[in-house]
Design a binder for this molecule. Structure first.
Ligand code: HEC
Ligand code: HEC
Length: 431
């Protein structure tokens, strides 16, 4: 038998080299939808799924998992009587059919708010509610919209009185007897504390209440929040096609049961790979629950939004925070506040990473709703136009490459849409 000639050997060697490098680049450039996942990629993918089936403990709220509290919170969430004009409920801005958002860039109640209404699905997992994290529990979060003049437009005294009028029995079964609030001279309806405005009429009226009366009103206000939280804990994101894909991968089917299109699979590859999205959008809710400055485009004539830099100061000063007399948590365990440094430089202009579950249904996007579609969001990430209005843009974002097809990332994001939770909780309660 003839031994192969030198040129033939060289050719065979070069051919093998080309094949190896083609395979490597397949993997490396992340374009090939069907390339098998490496063990490291698989581990990363598995860490994004499935969505949790139960809310985490809520030690600051002793009725968090009480079914009667959830039923009361359910009623309150949809009740427009809890507003100054009788027309605004939580559900006005958190509409179940819109995945508990409102479809508007910035939300509207009695007036216009400055920020976009995030979904309430999965809010039970949020450590610091609001885009700037200015509350440290879901029950204390509820106080914000109730007293905001552009949202429900009530005072806490009015909230307490409305509870007495419409929900007395349900409330008392959970929290004990309500005080007699009928004396309007003792409990002026317009009384509420306005932080930073101690001389405003409402603030002065609030100060005119005796200390025990203020405490009694605050206790009712806290309990209303706790019932609302018990309801919101029922609103969990449901498994999506992406989760079915991961489950099939785990059961040994390298095709993932065909639950993701080739585009979505390429998008997933970019998401966990070269696009670096998973740096911040990680875990089963696809958020790190941290605050980052993306350096979004801004209107030079608008007020600067300091985001987390102010939110961190506000949560530390909140009268309903962990460690306050209204919290049911052992004050010795309020670690997340103890280790919070509001002067942290990177908090300037930073906002909370939102969960990407159901994101295709919760637009417009970003804290101010400035991006209308997912295509606009991806276009932003690809070009990173301009610079931050305040602070500086998170450096990790500069790692993004421009050549990840937008359509792939969008297809992946769309695969995170699951059905709405249990019909009972996603509808107004039966009258
Ligand atoms: C006028 C519209 C409006 C109403 C009414 C309203 N919200 Fe919101 N909600 C918003 C907006 C806007 C934000 C974000 C505000 C911010 O971050 O500064 C928000 C944020 C939230 C969040 C934080 C979610 C997160 O991921 O941080 C929760 C929870 C929530 N609302 C629940 C409620 C509840 C409960 C009620 C009723 C008591 C309510 N909302 C009433 C517009 C509204
Ligand atoms: C540095 C952390 C970080 C990285 C990396 C990152 N994001 Fe985000 N993402 C955020 C934050 C923070 C926001 C909210 C910013 C705001 O409103 O000011 C956000 C918002 C979004 C939104 C809008 C969600 C909503 O409800 O408004 C989408 C969609 C999104 N990111 C997808 C992606 C994709 C896709 C990638 C990768 C190309 C990515 N993100 C990379 C932190 C990050």
């Amino acid at each position: 038998m003839r031994t192969p000639s030198r040129p033939a050997l060289l050719l065979a060697f070069l051919g093998a080299l080309a094949l190896v490098s083609a395979l490597a680049s397949c993997r490396g450039d992340g374009r090939h939808a069907d390339a098998p996942w490496t063990p490291a990629e698989l581990a990363l993918i598995e860490s994004l799924s499935p969505p949790p089936t139960a809310p985490p403990p809520s030690p600051s709220n002793r009725v968090a998992d009480d079914e009667r509290a959830a039923a009361l919170g359910h009623a309150l969430f949809f009740d427009t009587r809890l507003s100054a004009n009788g027309q605004v409920a939580c559900a006005t801005c958190h509409k179940p059919e819109l995945y508990f958002t409102d479809g508007l860039p910035t939300a509207r109640g009695l007036g216009k708010t400055k920020r976009h209404a995030p979904t309430v699905l999965g809010a039970a997992f949020v450590t610091f509610p609001f885009w700037d994290g200015r509350k440290d529990s879901l029950w204390a979060q509820a106080h914000g919209p109730l007293e905001a003049p552009e949202e429900h437009g009530l005072t806490r005294v009015q909230v307490a009185t409305l509870i007495q009028t419409h929900y007395r029995a349900d409330y008392e079964a959970l929290f004990g007897p309500l005080p007699d609030l009928s004396d309007a001279a003792r409990f002026p309806p317009e009384a509420r504390p306005i932080p930073n405005k101690p001389n405003a009429v409402a603030s002065a009226k609030w100060q005119s209440l005796s200390a025990p009366d203020r405490e009694a009103i605050n206790t009712i206000f806290a309990n209303v929040g706790k019932a609302l939280e018990a309801y919101e804990r029922k609103l969990l994101p449901q498994p999506a096609p992406f989760d079915a894909y991961v489950k099939a991968l785990q059961s040994g089917d390298p095709r993932g049961g065909g639950h993701l299109s080739p585009e979505a699979r390429r998008g997933l590859r970019a998401f966990i790979g070269e696009a670096q999205c998973v740096n911040c959008h990680n875990g089963p809710l696809l958020t790190d629950m941290e605050f980052h400055n993306l350096g979004l485009p801004f209107d030079p004539y608008s007020n600067v939004d300091m985001g987390r830099a102010i939110g961190a100061v506000e949560v530390l000063g909140d009268e309903f925070r962990c460690g306050s007399p209204y919290s049911d948590q052992d004050p010795a365990t309020c670690d997340q506040l103890r280790f919070l440094n509001p002067r942290f430089e990177d908090f300037r202009g930073a906002f909370k990473t939102p969960s990407l579950r159901n994101v295709a249904r919760t637009g417009p996007y970003m804290h101010d709703g400035q991006l209308q579609t997912l295509a606009e969001v991806i276009a932003f990430y690809k070009t990173l136009p301009g610079r931050a209005q305040v602070g500086h843009r998170e450096l990790v974002l500069t790692l993004l490459t421009e050549d990840v097809p937008a359509g792939d990332l969008i297809a992946f994001l769309e695969s995170l849409t699951g059905p709405l939770p249990d019909d009972r909780w996603a509808r107004p309660p039966a009258p």
